[in-house]
Ligand binder design. Sequence first.
Ligand code: PEP
Ligand code: MG
Length: 556
Amino acid sequence: MGVTLAKIRQNLVLHGTVANKGIAFGKLSFVKRADIGHEKKEIKNTKAECARFEKARLHAITQLGALYDASLEKLGEQNAVVFQIHQMMLEDPDYVSSIKDVITKEHSNAEYAVTVVAQKFEKQFLEMDNDYMRGRAADIVDISRRINEILMMHDGILNNKGISYNHEGSVVLAADDLVPSETVQLDQKAVAGIVTSKGSNRSHTAIFARTMGIPTIVCVGDSLTEDLEGHFVIVDGNSGRIYVDPDNETIERFSEIKKTDDVQNSHLEEFRGKPTLTRSGNKINLFANSGSLADLELIKASDAEGIGLFRSEYIFMQASDYPTEEEQYEIYKKVLETMGDKKVIIRTLDIGADKTAEYFMLKQEQNPAMGLRAVRLCLANRALFKTQLRALYRASAFGNLSIMIPMITSVDEVIETKQIIREIKRELDEQELQYKDDVEFGIMIETPAAAIISDELAQHVDFFSIGTNDLTQFTLAVDRQNADLENYLNPYHHAVVKLIENTIINGHLAGIWVGICGELASDEKFLGKLIQLGVDEMSVVPSSVLSLRAKIATLG
Ligand code: PEP
Ligand code: MG
């Protein structure tokens, strides 16, 4: 029996979601937290209890200011900013009044009120159907815990705040979840890896882990049990596996992989802040793809030279109703301001097919990928298109904006869109609203039709960006959503490559630049071909920027 259990233990492999790549070795150490008492106590003087809460809240805001300053140096502005966000959350009237309401109506102590309100808000965030907002649940827990710790400190009950864990040797930290202020306190030298049973790879904790370069796996589930404390593990942040008490053969295998990774990664840092040049000195613009404001931190940390594809439909997918011109304007402005003088290519709405939002009430279609989507939908619904284009043009005054139109199949669509843009400019002039007159205007080449007539299209636009995901789907007649057809969805297919080549040649003949923003741009195996074809810009997943810049330096 004992032998069997030992054997099972030795073969135990846990699975989770990769939040940061890399290999880590160490002993599992579960995070221990100070016990925060939050049982309900009856309070007679609720006014005094509200004042007690208020004092702790203000103390928390000051503490967060100090934490922000300390993190600035360690993690940079883009990561430290979460503590400013926490300060704002602590100022949120809804959050503050909900706590005071519980104190007053239930005659309860502040600790209890903070805890129940935190649970309510956490639940609301976790139920949202977008990763970014779900990630905010950890922030609510974090600020509420901070207030409770301070309340207990003020009462002299707690003086040792924060988390503790076993620091001996190399540690793989384990927890149900970590909150940002816990992650930032970690000793980077001691913590080799992080594994959590819950969490999200979009949370600030995951972003911090990435910035700090700690291999991290989240969402491991219930199999990450505390009886594994002290067991030796290998965290494989490439596959999302955690090997518990691995055998010698597995240890050797991962030691070799780690050695190769370490050499490669230290080498990659040399490319940070440098331009992307081929071996013969040709400049390539190496940009990153983005879906929302939440990705901006990652993009800044990735050292991308701009945003080559901002998928604006994500804004619509995250909303419960059509985002107004003002709402969109604020988002685009924020993106542009954050990126400074770097180019930001915002793609107009590409809703339809797999990307939908209920309030659009799109008709059921037999083949939605080939249906009323993207630019077709926008041209059929002028008000929708005009609202977005107005927001984009107004935001253009705040940075280096380019606008890109998806799913183009004809010259007429381009001409019609440009006509709408002229109308918008006239309106903005009349209203004396600022915008940049020379916003670059480009289109995606992601249908075979567009690639074939790219010579004609090039006469009407400033740039092309090749969307190889859809170009592959439509050229090969293979549904990109159908996992059973994976082997058929071959972006290296000669037909796809020929269309890419045709587009680049026609773009260059017309004197415009040609980029690529589909997944194929991040594929190192195809990089040599792209350089050979003379692509000018590549927009890739943020985590690939440095490795691609290093690879490009060896090519062409
Ligand atoms: C593409 O089709 O290659 C592309 C970048 O657009 P999306 O993946 O958003 O359809
Ligand atoms: Mg596409």
